[in-house]
Design a protein around this ligand. Sequence first.
Ligand SMILES: C[S@@+](CC[C@H](N)C(=O)[O-])C[C@H]1O[C@@H](n2cnc3c(N)ncnc32)[C@H](O)[C@@H]1O
Length: 325
Amino acid sequence: MTNEFADRLQAVISVEIDRSGNFSSIVESSEAANQQQTNEVFTEKWEKYGSTQELEKFYAFQRRWYLDLYGFADEAALAAHLADARVILDAGCGLGYKAAWFAELAPHALVIGMDFSAAAQQAARLFGDRSNLYFLRGDIANTLLATGSVDYVSCDQVIMHTEDPDATFAELARITDPRNGQFACYFYAKKALPRELLDDFFRLHCKQVSSEQLWEMSEQLTELGKRLSAIDAEIDVPAIPLLGIKAGTMPIQRFIYWNFLKCFWNEELGWDTSLATNFDWYSPSNARRFSESEVRDLVAATDMSIVQIHVEEAAFSGRFRHATA
Ligand SMILES: C[S@@+](CC[C@H](N)C(=O)[O-])C[C@H]1O[C@@H](n2cnc3c(N)ncnc32)[C@H](O)[C@@H]1O
């Protein structure tokens, strides 16, 4: 981190940062039991997943998906969007590869990656060579960043894992520049009723099982997803609206996956990534799901307007700006 960018960070944050490197820890634990458990399982997930051979494939997949989720035609369109940014925040950065991507696309901007798990420090080690990139271990529900100080806030696949997503959304809206800043956010979507009930039951149960058991269950679910995906047959599903089951022709694995049980399998991404995806679904105690109207209400409650919204089976995502901008 060069002095220029360290000065820029120090000017917008209300704690003393360590200028000798690219990492500072603001807060490492939460008093909220579910947030603390969520931090611990993500620490474990990223520590294990950080050494997989599949990382580059995962990064490439995530970058492509990110452009779709937030309505950028291609990487050049994202770079153009960031062209005037002075400060960018990757809120809940995990391994930090998206923060590193933003730092590459916007070398003139200070990019901050913040995560409440120990992954923030792991990210600082992985991407220590970027002069405009700094990692903080901290809570994105209380960023300690100045009001309106960030030009682009990206909170991708994170907000539902925070203790109070409404409060987190309000905090990230607060730090977004009211003139022309934008805040990109992703929300898990509510699924069919049997799947929702099972997910909630499992998550409650998962709090009482050891992490070895959680990994073991995730391996079993990955194997199930793999075997179901190997069935070369489709089912023509009739709609069952009261249970939230939608009509459509789909492979057997997808029918089970969307309606009953998360058993992720993606041949192209590989075993480790599929395993981490299953672990990441059941293990964190915090994992709220939203309806589209709940997302719209949340945006309106913070007095923001919708620039772009994207709907997928599993998620809603969008870019938001202050209504007065
Ligand atoms: C599914 S991962 C997504 C990581 C990254 N954004 C990505 O797209 O790869 C969710 C991340 O949110 C982080 N997280 C959860 N609650 C948080 C909080 N209150 N503050 C900061 N990070 C949080 C977790 O530690 C985890 O790394």
